[in-house]
Write a protein that binds this ligand. Structure first.
Ligand code: NAG
Length: 617
């Protein structure tokens, strides 16, 4: 009997001594998941009705894999009212690894639910925040040990494993997800934060703190570029700052603002490990609002051409951003000889009335460029079939060209292609390489283009008669089917990656066919690829066929970006050239009219334009 009592007492002692570190464990999921634990003690570090709960923290433990912070979930106002920050409490609750029902790709977050028996043991305690960047810094290399594959977190295939199923033991010094999971629920300070993007619709924004970071660009943001291990570096050493817990409002953000220190608690929500600040930070400095224009001006020497590339984000004739885009082209891009435009909507914009012609949109843009000191542009397009190319319903977005007929002209005497006419490279009666349609669409009925834009090919001549070919494209968007950088599927799901891969294959086949007829042809392929070249599997069909101008011009990899998304400045827009062009002088500049905008709401578009100066003879 005595032994039995001892055993029972022993079990009671175990139950009553459950610590926060026991609950958090050393892996992503709690080893006590689903269990009711009693006598959990900790000091309340933060509470807010906005997150439906409060955070408690115990004394540090030697095992840095185990967090000593914990989120206690409760929507009960009387529960929330029963504790104040600084109270050391004891409580009972149920351990849960909670995943939001809003998105199955989010990680589970360890929390204590249904808190009862809350007893205040003492009041007025303080918890010193863990200052990041000192003893512990976010790792700079990879997000997860599960991001296997040749392209790191961008590897295809992705979704090879799920964090919450594999539940790896945390390696906080090596992997960012593990690092933040080891701090889940804890009070931390992000010292000397620098904003690396714009705030989102909820006033949340990404920062890096005063700790080692890779691939910092000249504006202060982090560029998606190769890391020290040669694999794509997704900026794991960054963190998203949520809404302040005290009800204050975060200031508006742009890339490169520096901020006062941020102290807050770590909570996984909406696909990311957040630091929820106790109060809003203040802005200490703001980068120079002057955005330099390109230095790559048109020279019109019969061999050199300038091309601009700009996704103008759903532009209709009446778009408020149309004069802004026109101003960008006139002043910041200095009127390139040819503009590769994407997301030109039809004359009725998003009204879904069967209109497919965009001549009014393009002439409005051209007039506005002229009135703002730019050149007089002509334009050309291939009309799409109504509602077949994706994008904003009714908008019929398409790629189109503006061109300065004083410096370049379309090879004449060739009909413009219809929506289902496949453009082909053919030898003309003069023996020169030309097209059967000018402009025309590449293999438009190929299933690779389903609900997506068909690229348009054009044949051109300079004033000296030098011939060259351009392809203007806008590949399928990543918008749906993706998962966050800090989500459950590893490597993260890359929405529509299979379609973009198929599209690149079709484009490569067209270029190969053209170059088979004339290996010395000058071919320029540009537009919104909706993909990073670091996802090498997607761009594999271009290998040995086309060279990216950034590579040919040896642009610093951290300055190659045209887009700000989450924690990264990244390049979705690219220009590639055939070997004849790559072998001559190649120049390119990305003009950061939008990535460097002082305010997200004053941007023309979500993409930056680029200008390349190339030799076609
Ligand atoms: C990702 O993988 C999981 C587990 O194999 C699977 O259930 C899920 O459907 C996959 N998601 C996608 C979008 O393929």
């Amino acid at each position: 009997m005595a032994a039995r009592w001892l055993l029972l007492l022993g079990q009671c002692a175990l139950v009553y001594s459950t610590t926060i570190a026991d609950i958090q464990g050393t892996a992503f999921r709690s080893p006590l998941e689903g269990q009711t634990v009693k006598g959990v003690t900790g000091v309340v570090t933060a509470k807010s009705a906005s997150v439906s709960g409060f955070f408690i923290q115990s004394a540090p433990v030697s095992d840095t894999r185990s967090s000593t912070g914990l989120f206690v979930f409760s929507e009960s106002s009387s529960v929330l009212a029963s504790v104040v920050v600084g109270d050391e409490i004891s409580l009972t609750g149920k351990v849960e690894d909670f995943r939001s029902s809003s998105d199955g790709t989010f990680l589970e977050a360890t929390e204590l639910e249904s808190p009862t028996s809350i007893t205040v043991l003492s009041k007025g305690n303080t918890v010193a925040p863990l200052v990041l960047g000192a003893a512990r810094s976010p790792p700079t290399g990879e997000f997860s040990a599960l991001d296997v594959g040749p392209d790191g977190f961008l590897s295809v295939p992705n979704n090879v494993s799920l964090v919450d199923v594999a539940n790896p033991t945390l390696q906080p010094a090596a992997f960012a997800l593990d690092f933040w999971a080891s701090l889940e629920g804890m009070l931390v300070t992000v010292p000397k934060p620098t904003s690396i993007g714009f705030e989102n619709d909820f006033g949340e924004f990404w920062v890096r703190g005063a700790w080692t970071a890779n691939n910092i660009n000249s504006r202060g943001g982090l560029t998606l570029a190769p890391g020290t291990d040669g694999k794509p570096d997704g900026g794991p050493e960054t963190v998203i700052i949520g809404q302040p817990l005290d009800g204050t409002t975060n200031p508006t953000m742009s890339v490169g603002k520096t901020l006062s220190d941020i102290t807050g608690v770590v909570l996984y929500q909406f696909g990311f490990f957040y630091v929820l600040p106790l109060t809003a930070p203040t802005v200490l400095s703001t980068p120079d609002p002057t955005i330099p224009a390109t230095t790559l001006t048109s020279v019109n020497d019969g061999c050199t051409i300038t091309i601009g590339d700009y996704n103008v984000d759903n532009m209709a004739p009446t778009s408020a951003t149309l004069p802004q885009a026109a101003g960008d082209i006139a002043t910041h891009l200095r009127s390139p000889d040819i503009m590769f435009m994407q997301e030109i909507q039809d004359n009725s914009g998003p009204t879904d009335d069967g209109t497919v012609d965009a001549s009014q949109t393009l002439s409005a843009l051209s007039s506005s460029i002229k009135s703002q000191g730019g050149v007089t542009y002509s334009f050309t397009e291939v009309l799409p079939i109504n509602d077949q190319d994706g994008g904003e319903p009714g908008g019929n977005i398409r790629p189109a060209y503006l061109f300065n007929s004083k410096t370049v002209s379309l090879v004449s005497g060739i009909p413009v292609g219809g929506p289902n006419d496949a453009v082909e490279a053919v030898t003309g009666s003069d023996g020169q390489l030309t097209l059967n349609f000018n402009p025309g669409r590449i293999d438009p009925t190929n299933s690779a283009w389903g609900s997506s834009r068909k690229p348009i090919v054009a044949a051109w001549e300079t004033t000296s008669g030098a011939r060259f070919f351009t392809i203007n494209l806008h590949n399928a968007a990543k918008v749906s089917g993706g998962s966050s950088l800090q989500g459950d599927p590893r490597p993260p799901l890359n929405g529509a990656v299979a379609q973009r891969t198929a599209q690149i294959k079709v484009i490569a086949a067209f270029v190969s066919g053209l170059l088979a007829k004339d290996p010395g042809a000058s071919v320029i392929v540009g537009g919104d690829f909706n993909e990073f070249t670091q996802t090498r599997t997607v761009f594999a069909p271009f290998e040995g066929l086309l060279t990216e101008v950034d590579v040919a011009a040896d642009v610093d990899p951290v300055e190659r970006y045209t887009y700000v998304f989450d924690n990264l400045q990244e390049q979705l827009d690219h220009v590639f050239v055939s070997s004849a062009v790559a072998g001559r002088t190649v120049e390119v500049e990305h003009v950061h009219v939008n990535s460097w905008a002082p305010d997200v709401n004053t941007r023309t578009s979500d993409h930056d334009p680029s200008v390349a100066r190339l030799r076609v003879c």
